[in-house]
Design a protein around this ligand. Structure first.
Ligand SMILES: Cc1cc2nc3c(=O)[nH]c(=O)nc-3n(C[C@H](O)[C@H](O)[C@H](O)COP(=O)(O)OP(=O)(O)OC[C@H]3O[C@@H](n4cnc5c(N)ncnc54)[C@H](O)[C@@H]3O)c2cc1C
Length: 340
């Protein structure tokens, strides 16, 4: 059945930057049959589509002359007890952080490092969400999606999703084609803490936790994030606006020669992931304000809506950041959110 359709619908409440933009059409979807009905409706043939979860990784720079599909598929269930991992299927519309917390309460740990990441479970595979030493890919079994091209649901495993750093096939080969309906997580029964990330280790130490359990890691991650990231409910933002750039060993060597305090993390194979926040700060942009958009004072990787900003103002600031970092360091910063 076709879901209820809204015309000229404001998306202000549906994006964490809190910018105004209108959708020509808007609907909420809870099951595959509604997507089949959309696919069969001639009004939407050839019309651009935008799939929306929590809108926390999105910058809307204009009205959207197409159909916005907000995914609200509910549910959480454990699939089986066999094997060495718990397999848990979660509806794409479920809130990510609430799911992490709920699973902890069910004694199904494994996602605690990814606590407090805003947004929906269905969006988690899109950029292979990651934080504090863990990525979704490490806890992922498969997903169920509606494929508009095939006109049917498909199941994709981790290999088919082709996860990378803040990347997956949904940003490349399958871009714009699939609506994720549910994800199945794979949580190892022999849980091991992930505490290699310095900030997490320091926070646990400061809290006097010598042998961390999952709840302690969850609490530590929540505390770190609350300290350094703005709450979108108070200050519009989409978290990190740029990916951390990855450079070759040689490029890193030559950068370090000129900028000895440059922050980078070695990767297997000799490449180095640079802290984009350091580059932005060193380019003199931390805390700046341009019109109603700004670079967050406490974390230069985060662009913020200082109140009433248009998406185009935030985009102009993002371009200024890219230009200045390119000029000073010869490095191209790539945006992390989807820009529409
Ligand atoms: C304060 C803050 C902190 C953040 N910290 C992190 C972090 O630590 N690590 C991290 O990885 N990210 C982080 N993010 C980014 C964001 O929370 C994640 O990318 C999250 O997964 C986005 O979920 P969403 O439901 O809001 O997606 P949306 O913003 O609604 O959508 C993002 C993209 O996914 C697509 N999409 C959404 N749902 C579906 C679906 N069901 N099927 C198909 N496509 C879909 C959209 O079309 C869009 O391309 C942060 C954001 C904020 C505001």
């Amino acid at each position: 059945m076709l879901p209820r359709l809204h015309e000229h619908f404001s998306l202000r409440e549906f994006n964490s930057f809190g910018v105004e933009a209108r959708a020509r059409w808007f609907c909420r979807v809870r099951e595959a049959a509604e997507l089949a009905a959309i696919a069969a409706d001639p009004r939407f043939e050839g019309l651009p589509r935008l799939v929306l979860g929590g809108g926390s990784n999105l910058l809307l720079t204009r009205d959207f002359d197409g159909l916005v599909i907000r995914v609200e598929v509910p549910g959480l269930r454990e699939l089986d007890q066999a094997g060495d991992a718990w397999r848990i299927e979660v509806g794409a519309g479920e809130n990510w952080h609430a799911t992490v917390e709920r699973l902890l309460a069910m004694e199904r740990p494994g996602l605690e490092n990814l606590a407090l990441i805003p947004g929906s479970c269905g969006a988690a595979p899109i950029q292979n969400i990651g934080a504090y030493g863990l990525e979704l890919a490490e806890r992922f079994d498969s997903l169920l999606a509606w494929d508009f091209e095939l006109g049917q649901t498909v199941t994709l495993d981790a290999a088919a999703c082709d996860f990378g750093y803040r990347d997956s096939t949904f940003k490349r080969e399958l871009a714009g084609r699939c609506v994720i309906l549910s994800i199945t997580l794979s949580l190892p029964k022999r849980w091991q803490p992930v505490t290699g990330y310095t900030e997490v280790a320091q926070e646990l130490k400061a809290r006097g936790v010598a042998t961390p359990h999952a709840r302690a890691i969850f609490d530590a991650v929540v505390a770190i994030r609350r300290r350094k990231l703005p709450d979108p409910a108070a200050i519009g933002n989409a978290g990190s606006f740029f990916k951390n750039p990855i450079v070759s060993r040689e490029q890193h060597r030559s950068l370090i020669a000129h900028h000895p305090s440059l922050v980078g993390y070695p990767l297997p194979g000799g490449r180095v992931k640079l802290a984009a926040a350091w580059l932005i700060d060193a380019a003199g942009l931390k805390g700046v304000t341009r019109g109603r958009a700004g670079v967050y004072e406490k974390q230069a990787l985060v662009l913020v809506n200082r109140g009433g900003a248009a998406g185009s103002e935030i985009l102009a600031l993002a371009r200024e950041v890219q230009d200045k970092v390119a000029e000073k360091f010869g490095i191209a910063l790539e945006p992390e959110p989807v820009i529409v």
